[in-house]
Ligand binder design. Structure first.
Ligand code: MN
Length: 229
């Protein structure tokens, strides 16, 4: 392709136990998808259709990285999430066919500048500057569904400096993965390469320079991310 400007490489994530990489297209995130987290954010959990926001593809950070502490925030929060990687695109995908579109799964962090998000909420403004910033989407290598299956239950947790901060179970999702894919595909056409961050369990909290985050999803993997001092 004869681009008019220098254009960086496509963002990628490694594929577990493989020499291949997964090209990251778009990153969709589900809001308030665990009841306890909805409550801690001051909302009543319900079965209203899920809502979505996005992060740029180049917000992905590989497992094991040390990240510079983000600018423009005094209240960076961690949100541990299972990441769903879409291997086959589609629109209006029925729930019963949704898992056919999944390439695999990862363990990710929906890093959030909670102060900027809170201000945006209060002013009725978009969330992007709270959610879609540099290095805001650390993620492990993706484990193909052929290896991981389609995890619907199992522990999801996050430790900050060795202490448990977030803890939940995938079965507590208000909208499970097939329902989430189906709902999202009725709003936009999903493409191969898209990632979906499936929401975070309760216990979100602050991250400081020098902190070490360790996240886990049963059967999917372990993520370790450090913040520079
Ligand atoms: Mn989130």
């Amino acid at each position: 392709m004869n681009y008019a400007i220098e254009f960086g490489p496509v963002p990628t994530l490694p594929v577990a136990e493989s020499n291949k990489v997964f090209p990251v297209g778009r990153i969709y995130c589900v809001g308030r998808n665990y009841a306890e987290h909805a409550r801690e954010m001051g909302h009543d959990p319900d079965r209203e259709p899920p809502f979505f926001f996005m992060k740029p593809a180049d917000a992905v950070v590989p497992n094991g990285a040390t990240i510079p502490f983000p600018r423009a925030t005094r209240d960076l929060h961690h949100e541990i999430e299972m990441v769903v990687a879409i291997g086959r695109g589609g629109a209006d995908i029925p729930v019963e066919k949704a898992l056919d579109h999944v390439f695999g799964y990862g363990v990710g962090l929906d890093m959030t500048r909670r102060d900027l998000q809170g201000e945006a909420k209060k002013m009725g403004r978009p969330w992007e500057m709270g959610k879609a910033f540099d290095n805001s989407a650390p993620c492990t290598a993706l484990k193909p569904a052929a290896m991981a299956g389609h995890p619907a239950q199992g522990a999801i947790w996050l430790k900050v400096n060795g202490k448990i901060a977030q803890k939940g179970d995938l079965s507590e999702m208000i909208w499970n993965v097939p329902e989430t894919i189906s709902c999202l595909s009725r709003l936009i056409t999903l493409r191969a390469g898209d990632l979906i961050m499936s929401g975070t369990p309760a216990g979100v909290g602050p991250v400081k320079p020098g902190d070490r985050l360790e996240g886990h999803v049963d059967g999917v993997g372990d993520l370790t991310i450090s913040y520079a001092k």
